[in-house]
Design a protein around this ligand. Structure first.
Ligand code: KIV
Ligand code: NA
Length: 264
């Protein structure tokens, strides 16, 4: 199999072929999503609240994410392995961003990194992109800034669309290979996708982005409870695991397992 590279993503945009991206945080999900042909295997800082038990992405550290990235990078044969830079690991300076990006590439085997922010992180994006670290930007709603943005809310409604457009162009100019747009009105995301030559990847940004990303625990139903409007549920992994764990529990309790066929 041929490895997905950043130039393939741009060629897909040019051909009008949609790009697929999912979060992935370990070996078996990496193997399954890679087998399914997901183009970008993304170790999000959302590992914080999907793997590590934090409530938000704010507390997670580079040291906590690196082993997860390494597991995915060791496993994936086709997908582009993209690592998220966590809060506080890149905002201070382009040098800090470069140092963190190097760690994800050298220690973990990432092929590219992602960071949150628009025009204000243009120097970071430029430093990474011009020094061998492909970088994806993330604009619109940026969860690491939830306390500045005033909670989980759609960004770029009405006059605020100017800001989203300006951030998108700033990221393309700084050398980002793609840009995630999170919780942006569909018409604004469509305009950004049309104006940019680099691909846009949407999450809660409508159908006109060049690709889509979801958190797999949300989309495939490992997490239960209240889901954002932009999530579509494709499976009930929680239900499958719950049934399996209960069946095992019952078998052990009543002596059905292990049977003679499981016994030496
Ligand atoms: O960490 C994450 O899951 C993200 C989203 C774009 C899905 O950044
Ligand atoms: Na993230």
């Amino acid at each position: 199999v041929k490895r997905v590279r950043t130039h393939h993503l741009r060629e897909m945009k040019e051909r009008g072929e949609k790009i697929t991206m999912l979060t992935v945080y370990d070996m078996y999900t990496a193997a399954v999503f890679d087998e399914a042909g997901i183009d970008i295997l993304f170790i999000g800082d959302s590992a914080a609240n999907n793997v590590l038990g934090y409530e938000t992405t704010i507390p997670v550290t580079v040291d906590e994410l690196i082993p997860l990235v390494r597991a995915v990078a060791r496993t994936a044969k086709r997908g582009l392995v993209l690592a998220d830079l966590p809060f506080g690991s890149y905002q201070a300076s382009p040098e800090q961003a470069f140092h963190t990006g190097v760690r994800f590439m050298k220690e973990a085997g990432a092929h590219a990194v992602k960071l949150e922010g628009g025009a204000e992180v243009a120097p970071q994006v430029e430093k990474l992109a011009t020094n061998g670290i492909p970088v994806m930007a993330h604009i619109g709603f940026t969860p690491q800034s939830e306390h500045s943005l005033g909670g989980y809310r759609v960004q770029g409604r009405g006059d605020a669309s100017d800001r989203v457009l300006a951030d998108a162009h700033a990221m393309e100019q700084a050398g980002a290979f793609a840009v995630v747009m999170e919780m942006v009105p569909g018409d604004v995301a469509a305009q950004v996708s049309k104006e940019l030559t680099i691909p846009t990847i949407g999450i809660g940004a409508g159908p006109d982005c060049d690709g889509q990303v979801l958190v797999w625990q949300d989309a495939f139903g490992l997490r239960t409870g209240r889901m954002a409007r932009f999530v579509k549920q494709y499976a009930d992994v929680h239900g499958v695991l719950l049934d399996a764990a209960r069946a095992y529990r019952d078998d052990v309790r009543d002596g059905t397992f292990p049977g003679p066929e499981h016994t030496f």
